[in-house]
Design a protein around this ligand. Structure first.
Ligand code: SF4
Ligand code: SF4
Length: 471
């Protein structure tokens, strides 16, 4: 077994009624955690899942579906692409349904599988456990060595190891920041900016520097506190979990009374070796029961299984289970809250599908162009300059023309060439003069009927008030 590095006082902090968080001491100072990796069966599975997710995280903004990134959340341009589907700010209802569906999915997922997301898939856990900590171990050594060195004076050995680690962390943070930003601006623009001078794209430069610093701070220093202090998901656990939810738990009936030594008369299976505490990345003792700090990472399962193997006891003193199963009752998957969540998800999913399928193929908006509200032409006719914003929400390229059918005698004078070409899932701005005889105006205004016609025969019709002389 690995060398112990948690002393009695450290464990005492965990058990103290004054202790609020496992990562803080009584004075509120950070208690640095040195979790010993337990490379058992769950660790190996999480490693595979973790690296698959890292690859997916990098690939999603790179992969192209229908000519667009698989995932792009361009807030500035207000364009959102999710696996081939395009969403625009005008899709308020669709985006609302998407958010509600996602929220319900999280609630249902948590009710069934507890914090599996936190332990297996959250980028915080995945990057920390499978990228940053292994590099730290490689450079600074095992946990007890690191702890001793950290507590000792600054020496050349400590300096170069810390310096090298920081440099590597910085490079990785920079790479992660680029991948992260790619989700919001797309790789094409990102590559263009990267090739230019920082002074040409100072906004991008500042954003990238800030994101890199945040990532470095998180994985280099803040670490488990992101889960135990900052993450809102952890705060909701008490209401999202119920006695049937899957949790990582210590089997108190089997383990207690705990005790060291070979004479086990009257003692449970827990030999009080603290291997489960030493391996915990949030510094808690799973034997104290279900705690908000537990991210269900299964490290304590692997650690305890190894101990049970050594002492010749069956594995599973710490295991995936539910509170109901621990009480000797069968775990229920179908229960009121899971049924209600599932039904709500079905309703939201159906509404979303219907809204997506019945969404207009084209989104047309018209506003008055900046400048004079109207112009009196030499022949006395009144011209209003309008700006059309036309979005092609289909997967095919098209072209459109603009016409006016009312008032009588009105005509269109395009500012540019019509038909206007429009690529698939692209938006085009086009301006045109709407020219109307002066006698059409009453009290300085007249309602016009504008028609935008597309290549495929689709016609969008709208009314727009034109301005003119009031007498
Ligand atoms: S690892 Fe298992 S045996 Fe050791 S203290 Fe934890 S629960 Fe008890
Ligand atoms: S108690 Fe176990 S499952 Fe929970 S965070 Fe600690 S090691 Fe992971």
């Amino acid at each position: 077994m690995s060398t112990s590095f948690i002393d009695a006082d450290d464990v005492g902090v965990l058990e103290s009624p004054e202790a609020v968080l496992s990562t803080l001491d009584r004075e509120g100072n950070r208690r640095w955690i040195y979790p010993v990796p337990s490379k058992g069966r769950f660790y190996r599975r999480r490693l595979v899942v973790g690296w698959a997710l890292i690859a997916l995280f990098v690939a999603l903004p790179l992969l192209r579906i229908g000519g667009h990134p698989a995932v792009l959340l361009d807030v500035v341009r207000r364009e959102f692409y999710l696996f081939g589907a395009a969403f625009y700010p005008t899709d308020t209802f669709l985006l609302l349904l998407l958010a509600v569906g996602l929220g319900l999915g999280i609630v249902l997922f948590t009710a069934l599988l507890g914090r599996v997301w936190c332990g297996w898939a959250c980028p915080q856990t995945v990057y920390l456990e499978f990228v940053f900590r292994p590099i730290e171990r490689l450079i600074e050594g095992k946990e007890h060595v690191r702890k001793r060195r950290d507590e000792g004076p600054w020496t050349f050995d400590k300096l170069w190891r810390k310096g090298l680690k920081l440099a590597i962390f910085l490079v990785i943070s920079l790479a992660l920041a680029h991948v992260f930003v790619a989700y919001f601006v797309g790789w094409d623009r990102l590559l263009t900016w990267m090739q230019g001078s920082p002074f040409e794209h100072w906004g991008f430069f500042v954003m990238m520097a800030f994101t890199t610093a945040l990532i470095l701070f998180d994985f280099g220093y803040f670490r488990e506190q992101m889960c135990t202090i900052t993450c809102p998901y952890a705060r909701f656990q008490s209401v999202l979990l119920d006695p049937d939810s899957l949790i990582v738990s210590y089997d108190e009936h089997r383990g207690e009374p705990r005790g060291k030594g070979k004479k086990r008369d009257g003692l449970g299976d827990c030999i009080d070796c603290l291997a489960c505490v030493r391996t915990c990345p949030t510094g808690i003792d799973i034997r104290d029961g279900l705690q908000m700090e537990c991210i269900a990472c299964t490290q304590c399962i692997d650690a305890c299984d190894e101990i049970m193997d050594r002492v010749g006891k069956p594995r599973g003193l710490i295991r995936y289970t539910s509170e109901r199963a621990l009480a000797g009752e069968p775990t229920r998957i179908v229960r009121p809250r899971t049924v209600i969540y599932t039904l709500l998800m079905l309703v939201v999913g159906t509404l979303f599908t219907v809204a997506l399928v019945s969404r207009g193929q084209y989104d047309v908006n018209v506003v008055r162009a900046p400048g004079e509200p109207f112009v009196v032409l030499p022949d006395g006719q009144i011209a209003n300059r309008l700006r059309f914003r036309v979005r092609n929400q289909t997967p095919k390229a098209t072209a459109f023309t603009i016409d006016v059918t009312a008032p009588a005698g009105a005509r269109v004078q395009p500012v540019g060439v019509m038909p206007v070409p429009l690529e698939a899932q692209q938006m085009s701005r086009f301006e045109a003069w709407i020219i109307v005889p002066p006698e059409a105006f009453t009290n300085g205004t007249v309602e016009s009927t504008l028609v935008v016609s597309f290549d495929d025969g689709t016609v969008e019709e709208m009314t727009f008030p034109l301005l003119g002389p009031s007498s």
